[in-house]
Design a protein around this ligand. Structure first.
Ligand code: BG6
Length: 520
């Protein structure tokens, strides 16, 4: 497909704000579950990127907490992680200084006495490094430990600010259904005030996700057509080529609907659908998101479908089926693919279906939002299309590529040159993040960690948002639990998912857009 390129001028880039004034106060970041993969692969590389850009306070320490009896090897291991996963040069001049900020404290999550020891240790570090009372507790443990850790922090008086900000960051999954999420919220709020709570959805840390609001509200030309008068439907796809990657026990209890649709995809949907917030402050943005979710009526079970991958091939390499994955039941009924059709009952969106699909071991890795516009009211060129190299005139389509090939493409029809007749072909106007701004090594956690340290909740999930999304999906999860799937596995690894996914969208006379990624 022909392409029209757009670019950002070097002058524009040199004037871009660097955010240098957003430096948090002195504090200690305490990571529970620090021996897990997340800390080494994402959190520490992100913290080091903040150090590189001068966004960490001078008086700052990182304390890893986990059950294993580790010592100094923890900091060395984190250093290796920063180099391997953060794209950092092992000889980077700032690395030694940064690693000195890291220490480790062994603790059994369910031993109240250990928390007293932790408090003493944090106070010691604070005095030694002139840090004061600022503390951010990051819960990156298995979810069953969240409640106990929070309770123990409260019991030791560590949840209340003395001289500095105190907050708690909670990784997903936040509950596994409506009741458990409500219970956890009650628990968290009995110890921490809601303004201290940062529920992570790492999608919100992605530049391309934040750019949805910029695209919609820093530009004047899209908003007038951003509604039911011009938009036919919206598709959101989160396709992965990876399988469960050794996370079998976790995934067996989760499944695609809980793992990705109920949180990441609903966040994407809300950003596409919300009304313009009055400012980019937590309160306004969250309020608008909530209004979107509240306007979604319950989903008929018929409008939610599931699948599980069998053996197949990814990029030409054979891969096993889900039921043969490590620590997965050979009769597992867990879905590795889920698709839903949602409606949003408000004036902007009534009658515009939103189709969401997420799956593992699909043909291509791509997370994309595709806004499908309506056909023009009168197709005056249609009858001449037979002579064109393209089969038919296609409606405008705006594609927001969240990852990879981060960017935005707008498809429109253009006259094919030199043909004797008025032949029309679709072309793309394409914005590519890497081309415009250069490749970034940020993993999304930089922004989230920085915001949590600053106490800015805009990019974090609110209690009410979490509950309302569980309320929407819990009935489907229950219906699925009551009716075990009979046809699993129902798609081959490396395909575009089960037939029922295609039927779901075909019922509305539409089809999934499967040429994902940069096509021009
Ligand atoms: C996580 C899920 O929240 O998101 C994983 O638990 C999934 O199963 C991941 O693979 C996808 O995130 P990303 O950033 O790789 O798209």
């Amino acid at each position: 497909m022909p392409t029209i390129e757009m670019s950002v001028s070097p002058e524009d880039l040199s004037q871009a704000p660097r955010g240098g004034e957003r430096i948090p106060e002195a504090g200690i970041l305490v990571i529970f579950g620090a021996s897990g993969d997340l800390t080494k692969r994402k959190l520490l590389p992100a913290l080091f990127h903040l150090e590189q850009t001068g966004l960490l306070p001078a008086d700052f320490a990182i304390v890893g907490v986990a059950r294993r009896p580790l010592g100094e090897e923890f900091a060395a291991d984190m250093r290796a992680g920063i180099v391997e996963f953060g794209g950092v040069d092992a000889g980077d001049a700032k690395l030694d200084h940064f690693v000195k900020r890291i220490s480790y404290f062994p603790l059994k999550f369910d031993h109240p006495a250990d928390y007293l020891g932790l408090k003493v240790e944090l106070d010691r570090i604070a005095v030694e490094r002139n840090i004061g009372g600022g503390r951010l507790f990051y819960l990156a443990t298995a979810p069953e430990f969240f409640a106990g850790i929070i309770e123990n922090l409260g019991a030791q008086g560590m949840a209340q600010p003395e001289q500095g900000k105190v907050g708690v960051v909670i990784e997903k999954p936040f509950g596994h259904d409506l009741d458990s999420a409500r219970g956890l919220n009650r628990h968290v709020n009995s110890v921490f005030h809601e303004s201290q709570v940062f529920r992570i959805d790492h999608y919100l840390g992605k530049e391309t996700v934040q750019n949805i609001l910029v695209f919609r509200f820093a530009n004047g030309i899209f908003e007038p057509v951003w509604n039911r008068n011009y938009i036919d439907h919206v598709q959101i796809t989160a396709a992965e080529t990876l399988g469960v990657e050794g996370r079998g026990p976790f995934y067996e209890k989760a499944g695609a609907l809980r793992d990705v649709v109920q949180n990441h995809m609903m966040e994407l949907l809300s950003l596409v659908a919300l009304e313009p917030p009055s400012s980019f402050e937590a309160e306004s943005v969250r309020r608008e998101k909530l209004k979107v979710w509240k306007a979604i009526p319950s989903v008929p079970v018929l409008n939610a479908v599931r699948g599980q991958y069998g053996a197949g091939a990814i990029a030409g390499e054979p891969v096993r089926g889900y039921r043969d994955e490590d620590r997965v039941s050979p009769e597992s009924g867990t879905e590795t693919y889920a698709a839903v059709k949602l409606e949003i009952e408000n004036w902007r969106w009534a009658g515009v279906p939103f189709y969401l699909r997420a799956g593992k071991r699909l043909k291509k890795r791509a997370t994309e939002i595709s806004i499908q516009f309506k056909q023009p009211p009168l197709l005056i060129f249609d009858r001449l299309a037979a002579s064109a190299p393209c089969q038919q005139i296609q409606p405008n389509q705006l594609t927001i590529r969240i990852q990879p090939d981060e960017g935005i493409a707008l498809r429109f029809g253009a006259k094919v040159p030199t043909t004797p007749e008025m032949a029309v072909c679709p072309v793309n106007m394409d914005f590519d993040y890497a081309e415009a701004f250069g490749k970034s090594s940020a993993n999304g956690y930089e922004r989230l960690l920085l915001d949590a340290m600053l106490g800015d909740q805009t990019l974090f999930s609110h209690r009410d948002g979490v509950e309302i999304n569980w309320a929407l999906y819990t009935p489907i999860l229950e219906a699925w639990a009551n009716k075990p799937p009979e046809t699993f596995p129902n798609y081959a690894a490396g395909s575009w998912g089960p037939e029922c996914g295609d039927h779901l969208i075909a019922r509305g006379g539409r089809a999934w857009r499967n040429n994902l990624g940069r096509t021009s």
